[in-house]
Design a binder for this molecule. Structure first.
Ligand SMILES: CCC(=O)SCCNC(=O)CCNC(=O)[C@H](O)C(C)(C)COP(=O)(O)OP(=O)(O)OC[C@H]1O[C@@H](n2cnc3c(N)ncnc32)[C@H](O)[C@@H]1OP(=O)(O)O
Length: 325
């Protein structure tokens, strides 16, 4: 019989003392990243939130692939990096199978290859590397940008409500915002520098927002926090590259690859600052880089992604009504 893995981790004593009720648990750990084990190194994952593009959310596939890879390594190693290619669109109508290949186990590092499969074909290929914790005299990192704390900022939902309260809002824009509100994304965000709704001037391709998984995860297993962060890191990442182009609407936006490096321990259910920037666009593609900061200023993880960006010029009246959350 198939068993569930990873999502339901053991609680540490402070969490069990708090007796976290089931409905406060993050859906990311109870469902999305809770894979069904079918065989040794073979898992099945199901979907929770599906974007309006009707293709599977890339972050979900990466997070699930990392759960599958992490199941096959020792307890004392943590993911330090992953490199993925999205080779086909994921179909939300069927589950995804994850097949793990144990590429190498060394004294310090273990490498795994994971293929995410639908209809017998790979939709994602992922290499993940795990490392045992080792001390080092070499330690440096950039400094976290100075921003207002999450408590002083509006959530994505509150910003949408604010935009919806504008009396002269066009019907089409209202519909778009209401659809956004209805989305059941298992992530909470608080933008630090949200573009003004009516803004139709080019912005620097840089974003800053506080982000965390919705619901409670607990201190628990650092491996699982890495999987949750992998999920979160793909959310609203690639659209950073569109900020300089208010006159263009994306007709096709899809990530081609995603890389991630984990530097320090963190909790994915606590606010982290996501700093994203796009260093380049061209040839219908765009490159974005991201840094996930713990709120105490420690750099938790770095990410990079290239995506396809196909756009269409907006008419002047449409530019003013486009939502740029
Ligand atoms: C943004 C965050 C996310 O999570 S995105 C989700 C994760 N990423 C993904 O799902 C991407 C998965 N990968 C893919 O879908 C494929 O690798 C992609 C990127 C589409 C590869 O593209 P390609 O090799 O062109 O595939 P294809 O021939 O099957 O075409 C797909 C659709 O694109 C169109 N297309 C192709 N080339 C052009 C072009 N030069 N100009 C305009 N359109 C083009 C094709 O006609 C095809 O369209 P359609 O699907 O038939 O409507």
């Amino acid at each position: 019989m198939a068993e569930k893995v990873s999502g339901e981790m053991s609680e540490d004593s402070s969490d069990s003392a708090a007796a976290v009720s089931q409905d406060l648990r993050s859906v990311l750990v109870t469902s999305v990243l809770n894979l069904e084990k079918l065989e040794i190194d073979l898992y099945r994952g199901t979907h929770h939130w599906v974007p309006r593009t009707r293709r599977l959310f890339g972050g979900q596939i990466i997070g699930q692939a990392l759960v599958a890879a992490a199941e096959s390594v020792g307890e004392n190693v943590l993911a330090h990096s992953l490199h993925c290619y999205f080779v086909r669109a994921g179909d939300p109508k069927v589950p995804v199978l994850y097949q793990v290949e144990r590429t190498r186990d060394g004294r310090s590092f273990s490498v795994r290859s994971v293929k995410a499969i639908q209809y017998g074909q790979p939709i994602l290929i992922c290499q993940a590397s795990f490392h045992s914790n080792q001390p080092s005299p070499l330690q440096h990192q950039f400094t976290m940008p100075s921003v207002p704390p999450p408590e002083d900022l509006l959530t994505g939902e509150e910003l949408i409500q604010l935009y919806l309260s504008k009396p002269d809002l066009a019907e089409k824009a209202k519909q778009g915002l209401n659809k956004l509100l209805a989305d059941e994304v298992p992530i909470e965000i608080k933008p630090v520098n949200p573009p003004d709704f009516y803004r139709c001037v080019a912005m620097e391709p840089k974003k800053l927002y506080w982000v965390r998984a919705k619901g409670h995860i607990g201190k628990g297993d650092m491996k699982l926090h890495c999987c949750v962060a992998a999920y979160v890191s793909d959310y609203s990442f690639l659209d950073t590259a569109l900020l300089p182009y208010p006159g263009q609407r994306a007709t096709f936006l899809a990530s081609l690859d995603h890389a991630m490096w984990f530097h320090n321990t963190f909790r994915a259910d606590e606010w982290m600052l996501y700093e994203t920037e796009s260093s380049w666009t061209g040839g219908s593609r765009g490159l974005v880089q991201g840094r996930l900061w713990r709120r105490d200023g420690v750099l938790a993880a770095s990410c990079a992604q290239e995506g396809v960006l196909r756009v269409k010029a907006l008419t002047t009246s449409a530019v003013t009504n486009e939502s740029k959350l």
